[in-house]
Design a protein around this ligand. Structure first.
Ligand SMILES: [Fe+2]
Ligand SMILES: [Fe+2]
Length: 289
């Protein structure tokens, strides 16, 4: 289908990841503070409030209908008390990652919203599965972040190489091939690897990089519960009708399915849960994207 040299293309894609602007220092600092075991909300507030644009955005989101607060929140320290440090961190990270992979047209903006529905639905689903499976709290948080950003490489590829990626997408659809397989075949690199490169360039914690980079990999050797939560939630977000580009999606890995032990009723409940969370967050997408 594509008459381009895969190796050259891969190198070109790699270079373009490196050419992306760095994650703003303030965001990197937010990640660093919240990752530390003795994270203090005062330190977090100091960093966020030092950046006017970021604080304004955080306050706008906190005061949106999504959180349904009865009184207006006017300071970031109050926002941190209400939402908790991890939630604020999640917000800051999602806003930052999105603003780096910008939409350049109305059609692209629309695609970003679709993309966010999938990302957010997967994040909520992964968080719920992690709780059901009683993962430690720190891992539940990582599941959320990892799931929120799992397909960020796809968004980057689509936004940066729109024509080429659209052709890859069409081919995946024609041959009923999962997108990551088609990407590897035509671009010489897939969105999991691109996502890992982005997360590395942005200095995300190693655990998150790994989750993004391995989200389509089978669970061989040691079983990774966090990855399984994301893999399962990804499947249910797609099943709920929220696949990012309407591309063919892979089935759930058998080892993840048997770990999950969901019966039909559980599956239907999870799909409905994801649908409901996406509906509730509809207003957020406009604020974040
Ligand atoms: Fe993916
Ligand atoms: Fe996905």
């Amino acid at each position: 289908m594509l008459s381009v040299d895969r190796d050259a293309l891969r190198r070109y894609i790699e270079r373009s990841v490196h050419d992306l602007p760095a994650l703003p220092a303030v965001v990197a600092k937010v990640v660093e503070i919240t990752e530390s075991p003795d994270a203090s909300s005062a330190a977090l507030n100091q960093v966020i409030s030092s950046d006017q644009a970021l604080s304004a955005k955080v306050l706008r989101v906190v005061n949106s209908a999504y959180y349904g607060l009865s009184a207006q929140v006017s300071t970031t320290s109050h926002a941190i008390v209400i939402l908790g440090m991890q939630q604020v961190r999640n917000l800051v990270l999602s806003m930052a990652a999105m603003s780096l992979v910008r939409s350049r047209s109305a059609a692209m903006g629309q695609m970003h919203v679709h993309f966010w529905r999938h990302a957010f639905g997967t994040a909520k689903g992964a968080e719920r599965i992690a709780k059901l499976k009683r993962l430690p709290v720190s891992e539940i948080d990582r599941c959320f972040i990892g799931a929120l950003l799992h397909d960020i490489g796809m968004l980057f590829l689509y936004s940066t190489f729109t024509d080429l990626y659209t052709r890859t997408l069409l081919d995946a659809k024609e041959n009923n091939m999962p997108l990551h397989v088609a990407e590897e075949k035509f671009l010489g690199i897939d969105h999991t690897e691109v996502g890992r490169m982005l997360a590395t360039a942005w200095k995300f914690p190693p655990e998150i990089r790994k989750l993004i980079g391995e989200h389509h990999e089978p669970q061989e050797g040691e079983f990774n519960g966090m990855r399984a939560c994301i893999q399962a939630a990804d499947y249910y977000a797609n099943a709920a009708g929220f696949s990012p580009l309407n591309a063919p999606v892979p089935d759930m890995l058998p080892e993840v399915r048997s770990w999950l032990e969901f019966d039909e009723e559980d599956e239907a409940a999870m799909t409905e849960f994801i649908r409901e969370k996406i509906r509730e967050a509809e207003e957020l997408f406009g604020l974040i994207v």
